[in-house]
Design a protein. Structure first.
Length: 1095
């Protein structure tokens, strides 16, 4: 076989042997085969020893080996070939892999699995393994090794190859073991910024395997039963969506409602740099899922999740199908009851739509839908007017909208006019909106004539004049018109100054003419009327003025009392805008009296007076002059009194007899006009001060009650209709609570001493707890980007000046403070809100989201404080944890540790498992200090579960890292040895006490322990660390360290004459009584001879 000096590679490659070579003939002779094989292997070694080997010569050598009728020493041949592969260059390794004998599967598989560490030949090795007929045990062994590598680190190019091997020949029994680790590896590898082609290949392979029923069902089952979700779960569900649409959509919906899927996962998913092809493949699926969520649910959490999904689809840099997103949203508007949510999404996308005006035409389809409520009509015209009024190229569409508005205003139906009013005001706002600087515009406060206006301001004024003339004879329409104008003034910063000046003059003149009077009759019909609730002194007024509510109510005329409150709201907002927040020109209205019937039993008059006072208070609540602030507080007292009178008046109205039992009982709507959110600023005043503006407890409760109502409407997604509260976003309300909570905290501290004796103080406590409940339960706080807001809210309510910056620490401190308030929960409603607040803070969620390192620190503190825990002394770190409820806290610590062990799979596994082992050790010490049955049962059960994870996740990683970090790995084994010793004592204790609850978990621990002993011994032996076996006495002891000796073990120790021998026999007797298998007993005796005392 030696080559001659003049022969080249091509000569050998071109040789054609019509019959077997001499070497091939010799190999078929049984007696000659061993020396010929040795010669051949030596030549192979020589040929592959250099990097510049001759491929043709190597192939000629390897050609002699295939298809031999028999091999005399297959083990030797296989071993030598594997050794050659280990030292050969890359090209030679590829050739040698195909020549390994198939008969030695067991040896080949083990060696090839070890070679997978060489990433250059990992692909060919997987191909070779796929060609072998592997037994289930062999395949499992290789799969575990591959999964360990994938969890540690892997190239994206090799991932598809490994994926094929892992999922080949899998079934419903093996998939639950493979998919969780594969999910973690996928989440890690998709987070990398690597080449797009490899990621596309991975997605293609995943989709191919997802088409198999067994794999798709296993993926779905895994995600459905997982609590700690990653963004990759959404992508996996998208892959499965085509096969099981209803199931996938139902799963996503349930996960969102349960708080497991959050907008954070969607943001993380779209933050990844996915290849264009991948994004295009799943674009339609994302649209379908978002549409399904909005179509089937109105829950705030689901709406927010779907909104985030659609906004990211529209704005993502890979998006090329913007038209398709808009089309989906418009179809949704027409086919769902959740129209407002969908329109809000479209409204938020308007800035992006303006960058592509050619998409505006599709939005005009919204005008074809006739099932809108008034609040939705306003949103529709906000969207259309923003788009059409911002681009002169869309003037045709703007004219179409203008014609539609005029048509609605000329309609005789009131419903059509209501739509016309709303759309006209929105159109006027956008027409009069000026984007440029207005610093050079005249500074006049009022303009009397439309003729003085020009451009958009004049068009807007003409449009509003048409609206006013069309509604003048219908009080309800006039009120709607004024409210919509007020909303326009309040929410628009860029209105033309000339337009505002004209509106200022028009509104002020009309209000003065319609509602203010200086003289009044003393009687109206048979009712005596008087001027009441007058706060203005004679020196403040040139002439006394009043609001004649009685006459406007009892003698309806051209100007209806219904429009009084809306008209004043518009008046004060116009003056507020024109005078930069100062209302000095109309401050007389705050203290002016009202004309009411003397007996105050006329319910209609009371209702309109209440609404008047509510608007007056809202209008002047931000004024800074002390005289005005005192009058505002006096008006609150008047309002409380009138609302009480109104309630009594309603109760005194005789009930009509029912003519028919089937008739539905009419429920009176006693809702008053909503006050502004600014009312809460009054909480800055102290309680019952003498020389300054102060609040009474009754006033405090009124303000807190109004604040609770607003929080409830805003945070629970209530239907606000056309209320001005709808203009304030829930985020704005929650953000403002940061300024409000310190005042609430101060007032709470002031009333707490009287909570047990004073009903008003008790009511204050309940309102404060309800405020906290509503704030912390707002779904928007789930966003990761609002973590700073959460921290600010907690800091605003907490006491003390400690410099805490971690959200976890802040939550812990707040929970401790709230726990101290439980004694004041004397009302069931207050207790419910208190519990809901604690659940919203979710201390267990804080633990479960903490890292293993953080849990280890918590356990260390608990370990120090647990011995001092008694019935009268709570846990120092958590005052709410007593000896009675400690088992709940302890159980959750174990549960959280178990969850984190399952989820924290990364390249830092060795350090992570060291921390896990130490945490287990600390929890076992706590169980020893607090030896209650629930604690011991939880300890044995959860320890067994974590040891199982150590077998499947930990040991494979430790085997890989053993050579590099041998000291750290051995330290982990020693700590686990100590933990297993305690568990053995716990098993002995359960047998001695005959505790059925503990004994039921012993068999599971037994099986886990048996496997653990084998795996640890094999890992140490494979790495040549026999010195790692250490001496350990296998005594049967209880939890206090006292020996547990049976009769047989006692006799054995005396007869044997050796302490160690007696201990081993005693252990053997106890293991026998616990039902441990004969194999484990043999293994224990064997290991005791080597000094390995795992128990």
């Amino acid at each position: 076989m030696r080559r001659s000096g003049g022969e080249s590679c091509e000569d050998f490659g071109a040789m054609e042997v019509p019959q077997d070579s001499l070497f091939r003939i010799f190999l078929k002779v049984r007696s000659l085969q061993p020396p010929i094989v040795e010669i051949l292997l030596n030549e192979l070694t020589t040929t592959t020893a250099v990097d510049t080997f001759d491929p043709g010569h190597l192939r000629l050598l390897l050609k002699q080996l295939p298809y031999l009728p028999y091999i005399k020493t297959p083990e030797t041949l296989t071993t030598k070939l594997l050794d050659i592969i280990d030292i050969a260059p890359y090209g030679a390794q590829l050739e040698l892999l195909h020549s390994i004998p198939d008969s030695e599967h067991h040896t080949v598989v083990k060696e090839l699995a070890k070679m997978l560490d060489n990433t250059n030949i990992s692909g060919p090795i997987i191909d070779c393994l796929n060609a072998l007929n592997l037994t289930p045990d062999m395949r499992t062994h290789v799969q575990d090794h591959i999964l360990s590598k994938m969890l540690a680190t892997i190239s994206t190019k090799l991932f598809p190859v490994y994926l094929d091997f892992l999922l080949t020949d899998c079934n419903s029994k093996t998939l639950p073991r493979i998919l969780p680790k594969l999910r973690h590896a996928l989440n890690d590898i998709m987070s990398r910024d690597e080449d797009a082609e490899s990621k596309i290949s991975i997605f293609t392979k995943l989709q191919k395997w997802a088409n198999l029923k067994s794999v798709s069902e296993a993926w779905l089952s895994l995600i459905a039963n997982t609590k700690d979700h990653k963004y990759i779960d959404l992508l996996l569900l998208s892959m499965l969506h085509a096969r099981k649409k209803r199931t996938i959509e139902s799963t996503i919906r349930k996960k969102i409602k349960g708080g497991q899927f959050k907008s954070l996962q969607v943001e993380q998913l779209f933050a990844r740099d996915f290849p264009q092809q991948v994004f295009r493949d799943y674009f339609g699926t994302f649209c379908e899922v978002g549409s399904s969520l909005l179509r089937t649910s109105t829950a705030p959490t689901i709406v927010e999740f779907a909104s985030t999904l659609f906004k990211l689809l529209f704005t993502h840099k890979r998006t090329v199908r913007i038209y398709e997103v808009l089309e989906n949203l418009i179809v949704l508007v027409g086919c769902t009851d959740n129209k407002t949510a969908v329109l809000n999404i479209v409204n938020d996308l308007v800035p992006q739509i303006l960058q592509a005006p050619n998409h505006a035409t599709i939005l005009m389809r919204l005008l074809e839908i006739d099932s809108f409520e008034l609040k939705d009509i306003k949103l529709v015209f906000e969207i259309l007017c923003k788009v059409t009024c911002s681009d002169d190229s869309l003037i045709g569409l703007r004219e179409e909208i203008h014609m539609l508005v005029r048509k609605q205003m000329s309609n005789f139906k009131q419903s059509a006019k209501e739509r016309g009013i709303i759309s006209a005001v929105v159109l006027a706002k956008n027409i009069a909106n000026v984007s440029g600087d207005q610093s050079d515009v005249l500074s006049e406060e009022s303009i009397a004539s439309i003729g003085q206006l020009t451009g958009g301001a004049k068009d807007a004024a003409n449009l509003l004049t048409v609206v006013q003339s069309s509604t003048v004879n219908t009080p309800d329409l006039v009120s709607l018109y004024y409210d919509q104008l007020a909303a326009m003034i309040s929410n628009s910063d860029g209105l033309d100054k000339r337009f505002l000046a004209w509106l200022h003059e028009r509104i002020t003149t009309d209000f003065q003419n319609f509602y203010i009077t200086e003289t009044t009759d003393t009687t109206i019909g048979d009712l005596e009327v008087t001027k009441q609730y007058d706060l203005n002194g004679d020196e403040e007024m040139d002439a006394p003025i009043s609001i004649n509510i009685a006459e406007l109510t009892l003698r309806p005329g051209k100007h209806s009392i219904v429009a009084l409150a809306p008209h004043f709201r518009l008046l004060r907002l116009v003056h507020f805008r024109q005078q930069n927040g100062d209302l000095d020109t109309i401050d007389a209205l705050l203290g002016c009296g009202v004309i009411l019937p003397k007996q105050l039993q006329t319910t209609d008059c009371l209702l309109h007076c209440i609404n008047w006072f509510r608007e007056i208070i809202s209008g002047f609540v931000l004024q800074k002059r002390e005289k005005l602030r005192r009058k505002v507080l006096q008006r609150i007292d008047h309002l409380i009194e009138l609302e009480q009178l109104f309630s009594e008046s309603l109760d005194s109205i005789p009930k009509k007899l029912k003519k028919n039992n089937r008739e539905r009982e009419t429920v009176l709507d006693t809702t008053f006009r909503e006050m502004d959110n600014d009312l809460v600023t009054l909480l800055k005043y102290p309680l019952e001060a003498t020389n300054q503006v102060s609040l009474s407890v009754k006033q405090l409760n009124f303000i807190l009650g109004d604040y609770v109502r607003k929080l409830s409407l805003e945070t629970k997604g209530g239907d606000l209709g056309l209320s001005h509260l709808g203009a304030v976003s829930p985020l704005h309300v929650i953000t403002d609570s940061v300024k409000t909570l310190p005042h609430i905290k101060r007032h709470l501290a002031a009333v707490l001493p009287e909570c047990h004796t004073n009903d008003e103080a008790k009511a204050t406590f309940g309102l404060v707890v309800e405020c906290l409940c509503l704030i912390f339960n707002w779904p928007g706080l789930q966003h990761a980007k609002r973590l700073v807001l959460v921290k600010d809210i907690i800091k605003a309510f907490r006491s003390g000046d400690s410099e805490l910056h971690s959200a976890n620490h802040l939550v812990t401190e707040l929970v401790e403070q709230l726990a101290d308030l439980t004694q004041f929960c004397t009302c069931l409603t207050h207790a419910v809100h208190f519990i809901q607040t604690m659940e919203a803070l979710d201390f267990r969620s804080y633990l479960s989201s903490a890292s293993v390192k953080t849990l280890c620190g918590i356990v260390g503190t608990v370990q120090e404080q647990a011995p001092g825990l008694t019935k009268s002394e709570p846990l120092e770190m958590l005052k709410s944890v007593t000896k009675t409820n400690f088992f709940v806290f302890y159980r959750n610590l174990w549960a959280c540790l178990h969850d984190r062990v399952k989820s924290e799979t990364n390249a830092q596994h060795v350090a992570t498992w060291r921390t896990i082992a130490l945490t287990m050790q600390g929890l076992m010490a706590v169980a020893k200090a607090q030896k209650t049955k629930p604690n011991l049962v939880c300890c044995l059960k959860k320890s067994t579960a974590i040891l199982k994870l150590f077998l499947t996740h930990g040991i494979p990683i430790l085997e890989i890292e053993f050579k590099a970090k041998s000291e750290l790995v051995i330290e982990i084994f020693k700590t686990m040895h100590s933990n297993a010793r305690f568990l053995h004592h716990l098993c002995c204790y359960s047998k001695a006490t005959k505790d059925v609850g503990l004994l039921s978990h012993v068999p599971q621990f037994r099986l886990t322990f048996e496997t653990l002993v084998y795996r640890v011994k094999a890992a140490l032996a494979a790495n040549g660390c026999s010195a790692a076996f250490w001496m350990g006495n296998l005594r049967n002891r209880d939890l206090d360290g006292e020996d547990i000796l049976s009769e047989s073990s006692d006799n054995s120790s005396h007869e044997g004459g050796g302490e160690e021998e007696g201990e081993v026999r005693g252990y053997r007797v106890m293991m026998s009584r616990l039902g441990i298998s004969r194999r484990v007993r043999f293994l224990s005796n064997l290991l005791s001879r080597f000094g390995w005392g795992l128990l």
